[in-house]
Design a protein around this ligand. Sequence first.
Ligand SMILES: Cc1cc2nc3c(=O)[nH]c(=O)nc-3n(C[C@H](O)[C@H](O)[C@H](O)COP(=O)(O)OP(=O)(O)OC[C@H]3O[C@@H](n4cnc5c(N)ncnc54)[C@H](O)[C@@H]3O)c2cc1C
Length: 389
Amino acid sequence: MSVSEPITYDVLLVGAGPAGTACALALRTSGLRVALVDKARFPRDKICGDAIPSPTLKALARLNPTYAAELRTLTAPHRAEVAHSRLVAPSGAEVSISWKAPAFNSPRLHFDDALLQLVRRHTSTEVLENWPVQAVEATSEHVTLRSSQPELAPLRGRLVIGCDGAHSVVGRQLAPWPLNRARHCAAVRAYYTGVQQAPETTSDFFFLRRHLAGYCWVFPVGNGVYNVGFGMLSADIARNQVDLKQVLRQLLAEHPGLAPRFREARLLGEVRGFGLPLGGSARPLTGCRALLCGDAAALIDPMQGHGIDKAVQSGILAAEHTMRCFQQNDFGPASLHHYQEEVEHRIGRALGHRYRLMRLLAARPWLVDAVLSLARVPWVKRVFVKAIG
Ligand SMILES: Cc1cc2nc3c(=O)[nH]c(=O)nc-3n(C[C@H](O)[C@H](O)[C@H](O)COP(=O)(O)OP(=O)(O)OC[C@H]3O[C@@H](n4cnc5c(N)ncnc54)[C@H](O)[C@@H]3O)c2cc1C
């Protein structure tokens, strides 16, 4: 076959992170021919805090209880079970929260590889790694993906699902939306070993008077390794010309709650940064023969910076919607728009509330101090835990 002749599928999934793999798992019984394309070869790193929110496992377990169980087995050598979070206010006041729902931290290098292994085990999805998508061309009949590598034949499908993250090529080409720095964060992440006084079951969050909205985190990820990072709103970074790597270095050297613990710590690898498109924006989630999920759809929780759970949930919703489109043979804008409404209803509306709450707190460090002090009172803590999820 000549390389210019497209290989045809029904559904093209671009991106094999949590959104793309969840979507492939949810399409397992659809009978559709699905290709899952990623520019990377797995296992691959993803810059992240590596905290896997509990709704991720719940959503996968609803698809099939064995998925969550297998994921636990596959990630067992690279995981920290997290039972508590410790929140430290700008004033130094702190509150500890114990979580009932099972959650864990696991480096994305291993967690995402485990998700992809589930796809290979349980579905007939064709997984194409090392397949960088450069161009996405849609007509009223079909959609075609072209790679930046000329030896790769184009792929053709009836629907493309953009699960390709914060810099989504599918989003840019089929549903463009300008970057709004007030609804976008940037963060840096590093791995450390030799961190002192850091229980392997507790994730720490430090809120800083100078850098709200944002926080510094220290999350155990198993095997004595800690994921350490700092992130804040991109609008504030630009306005105050903040160098995130420098702030992180300074915090670990000088912050009274961090410096004693990092005195003997050793940095593993580089400090790396990446963007977080926050939820609650009016970003369009559909384009011509296209749906967007996860970070490509800007679904990160503005309060916590979590997005893995929303990626999985939106991937599953996209799969359900895809099956309806094929059953009804309707891929028109009105039909695709139902997906946008569903995501808005199930995920987006709550993220909008949390965005407003985040902005309220960011402008009032005294309120963060007051809330975290008050949260030591048991009934206030219950309300607080419910609010932050
Ligand atoms: C510093 C930082 C810390 C974070 N911490 C947390 C946390 O602790 N917990 C949490 O829940 N969330 C966290 N997040 C958010 C979380 O990382 C994302 O929400 C999540 O990864 C979204 O999943 P996704 O599947 O949408 O995209 P991704 O995980 O980004 O996956 C996208 C995939 O698409 C592939 N791809 C991209 N472009 C192309 C292309 N052109 N062609 C082919 N393939 C392509 C990539 O290789 C990648 O595999 C953090 C984010 C950052 C930046």
